[in-house]
Ligand binder design. Sequence first.
Ligand code: DLL
Length: 412
Amino acid sequence: MQEIKLRKIVGYAYRNVPFYRKRFDDAGTKPESIKSLDDLSKIPFTVKTDLRDNYPLGILAVPPNRLYCLHASSGTTGKPIVVAYTRGDLERWSKLMGRTLDITGAKKGDIVQNMYGYGLFTGGLGFHYGARAIGATILPTSVGNTKRQLMLMKDLRSTVVTSTPSYMVYLVEASRAEGYDPRTDFALRIGIFGAEPWSEESRKRIQDGFGLRAHDVYGMSELYGPGVGIECERQNGLHIWGDEFLVETINPDTGEVLEPGKEGELVFTMLSREAMPFLRYRSRDLSIVYEEECACGRCHSRIARIKGRSDDMLIVGGVNVFPSQIEHVLMNIPGLGDQYQIIVSHKELDRLAVKVEAPPESLRDPNMPKRIQEDLFAVLSIRADVELVELGTIPRSEVGKARRVIDLRPKD
Ligand code: DLL
């Protein structure tokens, strides 16, 4: 099935997307030469900056009037990347999300409290479609408003919860502070957490705190959104839905394809995406692919929990932040120095702070920090604490460069 779909999608992308036609032609690869899975490595990679270079919709394979939906996520500079879905894409994604919920044991009769953000981020709507697909009852609380989340979680007897893992770890303590006993006051039995890296230690805190089973879920906007991979009840690696995604690992420096079992960067080929077919898309996420059958009996191969990134993208409270986006904003504001520092910390929740050098006139300007904060918010959709400091005060290394990113978050 994968080979049939691969041949079809390669021909489709070549015929319908000038970007792919050029890529193939430049690489001297004929679509007809992709016959089996062994030929996958002949296909040139696609990368995030290809989306930026073709902003907003240059990689479309269908006329714009066939699009049913658009989402967006962080680009590497001022503009986001935009991803598009036809009606068929939305149906496929909904089915995948239904399966993603089903594998965790969620079913009709469950109340799914969906604490992922609704909007341009794919998390909220992705899980919404999935809950609809399995006939569960959806409670679309979206992000934030902790008191209300907890009140509804208790009063409506939510049984399944979806959110970033860091927010759920926070809720363990926040619920106690609000006077709840998280183990007895709530009816949660399943939690589905992803969109950012987390650890076994966080899993334990969530599971012990709320008395539920916590599943890791992986995805990204370019690959529909959440639902690319999900842990089954064995909680031993995330199954990648093999009828929709081919997964490879490569050496991030050389692009060389690695054997299963070796750690590298994950590369995905979508097998049926209509609006925006992604061929050999470099995720920049580091992991390991396991092809052995899982003890659950499913034959969809698995990946290990994401180990990190092969680029400098930060994830702050589930939101993707590229240091280059922050630089782009700062450089577009007149009256600032060119040295800055990005400080990420964690106190209950993730926090982002930006320190930037400025000449005396700007230091005296009372509106400057607010303006920077607003411009950063317009690009990142998160509020950063902004501090202006005198020129020359951000420490430089011996080669004269400032250390741009300081991540003070505990590793667990
Ligand atoms: O984060 C989609 C998503 C929503 C996944 C809800 C899971 C749950 P993006 O905003 O495009 O999409 O960010 C994608 O987030 O390349 C990873 O670096 C990171 N990421 C996603 N899931 C995990 C995970 C959504 N389970 C980027 N563990 C990806 C670690 C994750 N990192």
